[in-house]
Design a protein around this ligand. Sequence first.
Ligand SMILES: NC(=O)CC[C@H](N)C(=O)O
Length: 331
Amino acid sequence: QQALPNVVILATGGTIAGAGASAVNSATYAAAKVGVEKLIAGLPELAKVANVRGEQVFQVASESLTNDNLMTLAKRVSALSKQSDVDGIVITHGTDTLEETAYFLTLTVHTNKPIVVVGSMRPGTALSADGALNLYDAVNVAGSKDAMGKGVLVTMGDNIDTGRDVSKNVNIKTSAFSSQWGPLGMIVEGKNYWFRAPVKRHTTNSEFNIDTITALPPVEIAMGYEGVSSVAIDAIAKSGAKALIHGGTGNGSVADRIVPNLQKARTDGVVVIRSSRVPDGFVIRNAEQPDDKYDWVVAHDLRPQKARILAMVALTKTNNTKELQRIFWEY
Ligand SMILES: NC(=O)CC[C@H](N)C(=O)O
């Protein structure tokens, strides 16, 4: 149909493509089973709001996605976004690492067109499955002119969140996804209701571009906890990692006994980035630890797994810690 927007669904697997043995299997099921053609055929309402076509990019549970997968997906999104016969792109994705992929696309794909990442918490075979409405919402948003220029979006549970801010904060429940700074809006019966817009740099305003990224450097994460030892930090420092994200306690605090190990990692050329295991709030530079003195970077409000994504992308351009800190403030 002429009047409808053209939306491409890139399917990667996850529970939204999952199947259980019976309708009561909401938690015990196999992810990444149903192909994109079947997903589209199972939701005839999509054809009323967009000309939809699908591509099966992967068929995996998202915890198994690799950096290479991430680049393959982003390059495909970028290529499609340049096509005049594509108005918007939806990526169906497992929810476990959806927030990381959404942030990666936010940082690296240069387009104004809506890109929407979506998943579900229950397989389509389950009672009260959430995937159908989430996908319907995603296609609606991807085909909407008013969603243009807002970066990469996530439609879960009627909300429209930014790919940057959103995280999986609950497992099991369908209300799994939220952003500490709030959603941008809601979608109800196919209509978008916007309440705010993102201020962090994204997509067309990003200094990073997937079209010119050929490899992502290894970046690892070490957690902070009572009784922490230097085992993880020392192993990471020796592994060839270009950066180490420390998911510290509280405001990114670091146990005094492992500070020398982190200092050594830094002296040996590993970028040390202080994040926090506390989901919300943000890490203050030179509070808890003297970051200027140690030449460490703070992760702003990014959780360790999001800080890792930004660090990998930023390190494709620079390993200067002043530049990296600027990047962590801006994106
Ligand atoms: N709800 C889900 O999508 C989780 C399924 C699976 N662990 C994944 O992330 O792909």
